[in-house]
Ligand binder design. Structure first.
Ligand code: PEP
Length: 258
């Protein structure tokens, strides 16, 4: 049914200390094992806080777990006088394979602009981390009917200057800001409408072949109860899950959406 390998990704945000992280990853892996989860069919990844990554690495590598993991942000720089920032090279050394870029909370709280995110994508690519670029509109933009234009402009600005070859591992997560952590979910038609529009934009910027190879996720109050409907859209290739990813059993159920 799926042309692209679905990805179910858990964004833990600023939750779970390094002890709790180990317990959550263990429970998640066990639950998925019990359900005979086929990771080749559906990729599962988690995005814990930076301070958890070493513990997650020890567990995933030590126990040969098939989970992927990544960070929630990275610095555009590689090293130097950037107090508080974490570069992509450190993340790659910790076994991260992906990194979230431009989550709406970073855009809002830290004032991250499309131009900055473009430099963060460059940093991710330098360290062979797959960028998971988050885009999406706020409520006012949605109500004004400008959500598609707004979101496509975010995609185009963030990807400016990169070739299709460079972006082979890119993932795009469409997350309408009004649906994040609010319990409001965009309807499956909304998720499909935007995913199709993003794919069309990628075809226009690069090629149809490239556009058809890129995974586009939906994020915003995804739960086990609504995931199947959301993923029924032909252009929706997975989910970025916030709140529900903190409960191992619920997140495992989401990963087992079929
Ligand atoms: C998110 O943080 O990316 C997210 C989609 O959160 P939630 O699932 O809690 O709405």
């Amino acid at each position: 049914q799926f042309v692209r390998r679905p990805l179910i990704a858990g964004n833990w945000k600023m939750n779970m200390d390094h002890m709790q992280a180990i317990a959550l990853v263990q429970k998640l892996a066990w639950t998925l094992d019990d359900a005979s989860h086929d990771y080749e069919r559906v990729q599962v990844s988690v995005f814990p806080p930076f301070t958890d990554l070493r513990g997650v690495q020890t567990l995933v590598v030590g126990d040969k777990l098939s989970l992927d993991y990544g960070a929630q942000d990275l610095s555009p720089q590689d090293s130097g006088a950037y107090t508080g920032d974490i570069p992509g090279g450190f993340l790659a050394k910790l076994g991260c394979t992906q990194v979230l870029i431009g989550h709406s909370e970073r855009r809002e709280i830290h004032g991250e602009t499309d131009e900055l995110l473009n430099t963060k994508i460059d940093a991710a690519l330098r360290h062979e981390l797959a960028p998971v670029l988050c885009v999406g509109e706020g409520l006012e933009i949605r109500e004004a009917g400008n959500h598609v234009n707004h979101t496509l402009a975010q995609v185009e600005a963030a990807l400016s200057g990169f070739s299709a070859e460079q972006l082979a591992e890119l993932v795009i997560a469409y997350e309408p800001v009004w649906a994040i952590g609010t319990g409001k979910t965009a309807g499956p038609e909304d998720a499909q409408e935007m995913s199709a529009a993003i794919r069309e934009k990628l075809a226009e910027l690069y090629s149809q072949e490239f556009a058809d190879s890129i995974r586009i996720l939906y994020g915003g109050s995804v739960k086990s109860a609504n995931v199947a409907a959301i993923l029924s859209g032909a252009d929706v290739d997975g989910a970025l899950v916030g709140g529900a990813s903190l409960d191992a059993e619920e997140f495992a159920k989401i990963a087992q959406f079929e």
